[in-house]
Design a protein around this ligand. Structure first.
Ligand code: MG
Length: 357
């Protein structure tokens, strides 16, 4: 790689309107409000990263993340881009309590390095490219809203559904039944976002079984610190359990394997940063754990970056990259997902392939 230094870096708030509020058992997004981190090299090559702040899940704040990334922008100016791995290690230490800021720094550095090498980002994670088929989420709401959303998703050509549950047992049961009825043979994933106890989840699954509904998986049924509850649903639920909020580090992933607490992990850059997410994916695969790739409320920049990991590494059983479908405003250029949820990165020439506008 020809020598070049980071000429300048910048962090700023990045907002976008959503098509509808994104409601889960742990909170609601009415607006996307993230932090964009951009770097420019001395030879004119740029790199872009995004931090999606999920305060209701990780406790991080937009103000804190912006402050940290502004500090990073000052610190990395003048550094040699060839040292990007050392830089990523450095910020792994500095931003250990602010993983979405770490993800943004890693993303911008990797984007710039791969642009400089004139290679797509997925090559960083593997030698063969896969096509991905994303699900789409039916957010919390009433039963008729769930029915309308399910029909819309089917009309788009998407063939797997993630239904948010965990706030209202009886209504959630009716919503899942409505979605399953319309979805027919398409897989339905349930995501309680920590909203139930183990006993409630097992009862919920039993009631669904009486209705002859078998979800393809249930995600994070119990509070993130309730490892025993998670393991109990895994042992007794007769359904694949996917840990999301419980696995916020490589350490958590190791614990999950040791305690047989779940059979799948939802990997998200914003929980751990990019390199640690990659490590979790490799550890999971070596141990027979299934993988989901997911995101927070993120623009196509960060979502496509996540798609590069899943498409390059392979081995992701569940693709949950539907955040772009909830955006009303276009804040990026470069689109590699179809209306029907198919990610095809063959046309990405270099880096992530998506830039902010
Ligand atoms: Mg989840």
């Amino acid at each position: 790689m020809k020598k070049s230094t980071i000429k300048k870096a910048e962090a700023k708030i990045w907002r976008a309107k959503l098509t509808r509020p994104f409601s889960t058992a742990k909170g609601q997004h009415d607006l996307l409000e993230n932090v964009l981190f951009s770097i420019e090299l001395s030879d004119g090559v740029c790199g872009f990263g995004e931090a999606a702040v999920a305060t209701h899940i990780t406790g991080e704040t937009v103000a804190g993340t912006l402050g940290n990334l502004r500090t990073a922008a000052l610190e990395i100016a003048g550094r040699d881009i060839a040292d990007f791995q050392a830089l990523m290690e450095e910020y792994k230490g500095k931003f250990s309590g602010n993983p979405c800021a770490l993800a943004a720094v890693e993303m911008a550095l990797m984007d710039a390095v791969m642009r400089k090498k004139k290679m797509p980002l997925w090559r960083f994670f593997g030698s063969r490219l896969r096509t991905l088929h994303s699900d789409m989420t039916v957010v919390l709401g009433d039963i008729s809203e769930a029915e309308i959303a399910t029909r819309e998703i089917l009309r788009r050509g998407i063939r797997s559904f993630k239904v948010k549950i965990g706030r209202d047992f009886d209504r959630d049961l009716k919503r899942v039944a409505a979605v399953a009825r319309i979805a027919g043979k398409c897989p339905v994933f349930l995501d309680a976002n920590q909203g139930f106890t183990a006993a409630q989840t097992l009862k919920f699954l039993k009631e669904l079984a009486w209705l002859k509904i078998k979800p393809a998986l249930v995600e994070q049924p119990v509070p993130k610190e309730d490892w025993e509850g998670l393991a109990k649903v895994t042992r007794e639920g007769k359904v694949l359990v996917c840990a999301d909020e419980s696995v916020s580090s490589l350490q958590d992933a190791k614990r999950l394997i040791k305690e047989k607490a779940a059979g799948a992990i939802n990997v998200k850059f914003m929980k751990t940063g990019i390199l640690e997410a990659y490590e979790i994916a490799r550890l999971a695969k070596r141990n027979g754990i299934k993988l989901m790739i997911g995101t927070m409320m993120e623009t196509p920049l960060a979502v496509t970056a996540a798609a590069h990991l899943a498409a390059g590494f392979g081995g992701f059983d569940f693709i949950d990259l539907d955040a772009p479908f909830f955006m009303e405003e276009q804040v990026t250029r470069g689109n590699f997902v179809t209306r029907s949820g198919v990610y095809d990165l063959r046309k990405v020439k270099m880096g992530i392939g998506v830039i902010p506008v």
